[in-house]
Structures are given as structure tokens and as C-alpha cells.
Design a protein around this ligand. Structure first.
Ligand code: THU
Length: 126
């Protein structure tokens, strides 16, 4: 699958976001090492601290289905800035795949790509 195809899946997933509080839909498409894709969207809650990011939705879907080896993740948010994963999502992704590739897109579809280890060096572990 090309980067663009994975980004399109992330954008499509963003249409399923539940985000009445922020009004900022985010979608993610997580590619496993065997090519299986899990998508996710942000799921907000009236208790704001309980909001779940799109990336973590995708990771939890994957892990709960027995998939823990990840190759790439595409993230789409229609803002003026690239939709990079937040710190918590970086930590959660790095638990499973510290060297995976992260594609971050913005409104209009342009994107940047980095190894997670560049976005999240010296990740916590013990
Ligand atoms: N959000 C994500 O889904 N992923 C991120 O990496 C950053 C933020 C969501 C959380 C919240 O629903 C909305 O974007 C605004 O912060």
C-alpha cells in the first residue's frame, strides 16, 4: 500500500470521529507488518480527560485483535498544521514499534513522514 492510500484511509476514518467538544476530527490508519490495516478516530467525552485520540483507538483495536507488530501509521486532521501524534500516542506507539514510520497530514492532504524514534527519542521503558 502506498503512503497516499494509507493517508486516504486515515482521512476516511476521520469522518467517523466523535468530536462534539473540540470539533476537530482526526483519523488514523495503522499498518501492521503483515499488511493488515486498523483504522481509528478520536472519540471524545463530556469528561474531557477521557477523550481518546485516533491513533490510540487504532492501536487498541489492533492489539485487542492480536496484532502488535506495526510498520506505519498515517494520521489525518484537517488543520493548518501537520497532525502529529500527541505525546501520549507517541509513547503508546513506541511500546510496540519504536522504529515505525509516522505520516502526518494536514488540510489539503500534504504530509510529512518521520521514523517514530525521531519524534519520540529516549522513550520511557523499564
Ligand atoms: N487528537 C487526536 O486524535 N490525535 C492526536 O494526536 C492529537 C489530538 C484529538 C483529541 C481530541 O479529540 C482532538 O484531537 C482535539 O485535541
Amino acid at each position: 500500500m502506498t503512503d497516499r492510500e494509507l493517508l486516504n484511509l486515515a482521512q476516511e476514518a476521520s469522518t467517523r470521529a466523535y468530536c462534539p467538544y473540540s470539533g476537530f476530527p482526526v483519523g488514523a490508519a495503522l499498518e501492521c507488518e503483515d499488511g493488515t490495516i486498523f483504522t481509528g478516530c478520536n472519540v471524545e467525552n463530556a469528561a474531557y480527560g477521557d477523550c481518546i485520540c485516533a491513533e490510540r483507538t487504532a492501536v487498541v483495536k489492533a492489539v485487542s485483535e492480536g496484532y502488535t507488530k506495526f510498520r506505519r501509521i498515517a494520521i489525518y486532521g484537517a488543520g493548518k498544521n501537520y497532525c502529529y501524534p500527541c505525546g501520549s500516542c507517541r509513547q503508546v506507539l513506541s511500546e510496540f514499534a519504536p522504529e515505525m514510520e509516522v505520516l502526518a497530514a494536514k488540510a489539503g492532504g500534504s504530509y510529512v513522514s518521520y521514523p517514530l524514534s525521531k519524534l519520540m527519542p529516549y522513550t520511557f521503558n523499564f
